[in-house]
Design a protein around this ligand. Structure first.
Ligand SMILES: C[S@@+](CC[C@H](N)C(=O)[O-])C[C@H]1O[C@@H](n2cnc3c(N)ncnc32)[C@H](O)[C@@H]1O
Length: 287
């Protein structure tokens, strides 16, 4: 086994990562020009891993080969876009976030005559149904309109259906109880064909729509924006742009909720928010 590298090895390594970078740039540029999906400002290492996975899965020998394939094979194009949209989610994900929302945000929302909430990057909708349940229990659901958006049309179909796998319900029930829920969680769904369907009254005030945070504008003014575990996939520049979009879209004293590993700090907007929960990523627009 080799224990040290000579100069040629180093030049080769540098050249191959430079070449890989060029091929990735060309692929993302081609994808953008061909179908308008703009992944050019996503976090490089994460996008690189997904591209490499797709090259292998398609049994191709290079990223350039993948570029050719996505331009000529619509099914391969769809598979690559699906690879880029990481849809992992769960109900009452990070239960203490929802507990803090219940204890610190709900009292403020109570004072409003009507409430508009935007879930940006809602994936298959588990976060949206969690919020609907919380609002229902707090007596605020009837005066709330929820806008649930994602770049990916397929996950939105699942979100609209409100159908999830039965085996997740044990974990979701636990999350719900940790998030301050005090009813029987099973009251909110019906078991159908080895799966569950959440009751349709939970989605009657929800609009599910496709929206791309990279290329689309704001579409309303909101009292709450939750965008959790989405910005983590964007590079710093894109995170800044999206934070501007959220700032412009929030009403004064509106609430921004981020994911566990995300923060408002180190963006241009940190002076414009006050932290309302020290542990959970909940911020109030104050300027
Ligand atoms: C990991 S999921 C997070 C789901 C949920 N917010 C949560 O925290 O459980 C990330 C979601 O962001 C969506 N997404 C990625 N890029 C996006 C973009 N440019 N615009 C809107 N949604 C995007 C993905 O399709 C995916 O459904």
């Amino acid at each position: 086994m080799k224990t040290s590298y000579n100069e040629e090895d180093i030049i080769e390594t540098t050249d191959s990562s430079k070449l890989e970078k060029i091929e990735i740039e060309l692929l993302l540029q081609g994808l953008y020009k061909w179908c308008g999906y703009d992944f050019r400002s996503y976090a490089y290492n994460s996008i690189r891993r997904r591209i490499q996975h797709r090259v292998e899965a398609e049994k191709l020998s290079s990223i350039t080969g993948l570029l050719e394939k996505i331009l000529h094979d619509p099914a391969c194009l769809r598979r690559l876009i699906a690879d880029f949209s990481i849809n992992v989610t769960e109900m009452f994900r990070d239960p203490l976030f929802f507990l803090d929302f219940r204890e610190k945000v709900i009292p403020m929302l109570r004072t409003y005559p009507s409430i508009r909430i935007w879930h940006a990057g809602c994936s298959t909708g588990e976060e949206v149904y969690s919020m609907a349940i919380l609002l229902l229990e707090e007596g605020l659901y009837e005066k709330t309109k929820i806008y649930a958006t994602d770049i990916n049309a397929d996950v939105l179909k699942v979100a609209k259906s409100g159908r999830y796998s039965l085996e997740n319900m044990k974990k979701y029930t636990k999350n719900y109880l940790h998030a301050g829920g005090n009813n029987a969680f099973s009251d909110y769904y019906t078991v159908i064909d080895n799966g569950v369907k959440f009751h349709s009254h939970l989605s009657k005030n929800v609009v599910f729509a496709q929206h791309n945070l990279v290329t689309d504008q704001s579409f309303n003014e909101f009292h709450v924006i939750l965008c959790r575990n989405v910005l983590i996939y964007f590079n710093k520049e894109l995170q800044k742009r999206v934070h501007n979009l959220f700032y412009e879209s929030l009403a004064m004293f509106g609430i921004l909720g981020l994911g566990d590993k995300e923060t408002i700090y180190y963006t241009d907007k940190d002076d414009y928010y006050e932290e309302i929960s020290t542990k959970q990523k909940l911020y109030k627009k104050v300027k």
